[in-house]
Design a protein around this ligand. Sequence first.
Ligand code: SF4
Length: 195
Amino acid sequence: MGKAQGTDISAVVEEMAAAGFGNLEETILQCADCALREGATNPVIMKGSRTPRVLFIGEAPGKTEDMTGIPFSGRAGKKLDEMIGYMGLSAEDYAVINAVKCRPPKNRKPLKSEIELCRPFLLAQIRMLDPEVIILLGNTAEEAFCRNKKLEWGVPKVSGGMNIVKIYHPAAMIYQRSRIEEQKALIDKNRHLWE
Ligand code: SF4
């Protein structure tokens, strides 16, 4: 089953979600809807629980993720693991996906058109994983999930029965050490959402 361009997106999303995880994975692996697939080694789909209470959404795969096929398996992944430890989540509590499944060249930000073409996969994953809380890791995840709506950093909104909150991408912790304490403050402010 492909993702049928030009059809109503919600119908496409429902169809993909109903077909199950295996079918969705196969569809993503076969997808060449945007130019990112040409330069990618492996599309990167998800890691973690299939019944998560908390779903983290990042931007796009980097070099390590492209090689391993696993999201957040590189340096930013170590920072994400530290964050998740600070949040007090267990392995069965969370899953991790990206807004865009194939690595952009030289780790550039995905283009709006690429985000849009990959969006049905993102929405199908959210539908299937059905989390209570979505944590958007940075502005690209926000752009993919919320389109034109802007969220304040660390200020949760309820949408579709889920709590949505935007915090910093873990890569920001690598390059700006001051962000570590800021991120902890955003997490502390929102603990009630998952505890
Ligand atoms: S980034 Fe998304 S839309 Fe583009 S080829 Fe990969 S899976 Fe398909």
